[in-house]
Design a protein around this ligand. Structure first.
Ligand SMILES: Nc1ncnc2c1ncn2[C@@H]1O[C@H](COP(=O)(O)OP(=O)(O)OP(=O)(O)O)[C@@H](O)[C@H]1O
Ligand SMILES: [Mg+2]
Length: 288
């Protein structure tokens, strides 16, 4: 469950921080960036699943449909100057085992985590027609049990919720860290439950995908649990015309909705709800 999202430099979102609860409502005037918040969550989910460029291709761009140019996703990306987008996601992951790509169970060592990611832009080189996204920084660290109360901003019960979902301990070390060494950013995966040996370094500039998206075995159970959590973030789009109309004076909204839309999807219907991007959207976190 995503509990906090920070976005800076993605589309029109600058220095944005949103605290999320089990049900969060985002309201605002047209064109202020509500859908861009959902696009940012979708982008993070895609970045945990596939390459940087594939993820960028699937997100709604400045002009609605994607044109394939990664600059679309940066704040005023077609202007000259530095291109940087930064994301942070604080998330609860299931303390239960997740399955790795080989069907083996992986139990995270801690279940409340902060993931940070920074992406840049490399203009096209040689015969390339469009530029690329580049990985500048990636880190994953746990949030201590003692800090959980202040970090979970929605009302909840300590005994029945917090103590059940914020589990595990880890000494200071991150799961993923980035350090600048000379002119190069180096990303390391650190030892976790099943993995042994020294941290595994990789040069960020040559990465085609996030580190999280490349972890697929139970040897890195906590990174894998975060990956599975991010992959599970879903966007639902509800078709307003399929929703119950406001009740006429003295009328019964449920009955009239069922009559109008029977068999066509949406409330009272049986078919799928047709997507209407940009109309009315909600995020669900798949559980279990
Ligand atoms: N790459 C970008 N750089 C700067 N601004 C951008 C970029 N891409 C989109 N925008 C701006 O984002 C705004 C649209 O945001 P969004 O679609 O999230 O609005 P919304 O709040 O969902 O509106 P509505 O209520 O109409 O659905 C526009 O003002 C657009 O100019
Ligand atoms: Mg919108």
């Amino acid at each position: 469950m995503l509990t906090r999202l920070e976005v800076d430099g993605f589309k029109n979102l600058l220095d944005l921080a949103v605290e999320l609860g089990p049900f969060t409502c985002i309201a605002g005037e047209n064109g202020t960036g509500k859908s861009n918040v959902f696009d940012a969550i979708q982008f993070l989910s895609l970045l945990a699943d596939r390459s940087l460029m594939e993820a960028a291709q699937e997100v709604r761009g400045t002009h609605g449909e994607r044109h394939g140019d990664a600059r679309d996703l940066f704040w005023n990306g077609y202007d000259r100057g530095t291109h940087r987008m930064r994301f942070a996601a604080e998330t609860l992951v299931s303390p239960e085992a997740v399955e790795d790509d080989f069907g083996r169970p992986a139990v995270p060592t801690t279940s409340f985590l902060r993931y940070e990611l920074e992406l840049g832009y490399q203009p096209p080189k040689g015969a390339e027609k469009i530029g690329r996204l580049s990985l500048l920084h990636e880190s994953l660290r746990h949030i201590k049990q003692g800090d959980a109360r202040a970090r979970l901003r929605f009302p909840h019960s300590k005994a029945r919720f917090r103590d059940a979902v914020v589990t595990g301990r880890r000494s200071g070390v991150s799961y993923i860290s980035t350090t600048v060494e000379g002119t190069e950013s180096v990303i390391r995966i650190h030892q976790d439950g099943g993995s042994r040996g020294p941290p595994r370094p990789a040069a960020a500039s040559r990465a085609r995908a996030t580190v999280v998206s490349t972890v697929n075995t139970s040897g890195d159970p906590t990174i894998l649990a975060v990956r599975r959590e991010m992959q599970s973030w879903r966007r639902l789009a509800l078709e307003p015309s399929a929703l119950p109309a406001p009740a006429a004076r003295g009328g019964h909204p449920r009955r009239s909705a069922g009559r109008r839309r029977r068999g066509t999807g949406g409330p009272g219907g049986t078919g799928p709800v047709p997507a209407a991007p940009g109309r009315l959207t909600a995020w669900l976190t798949a559980e279990g």
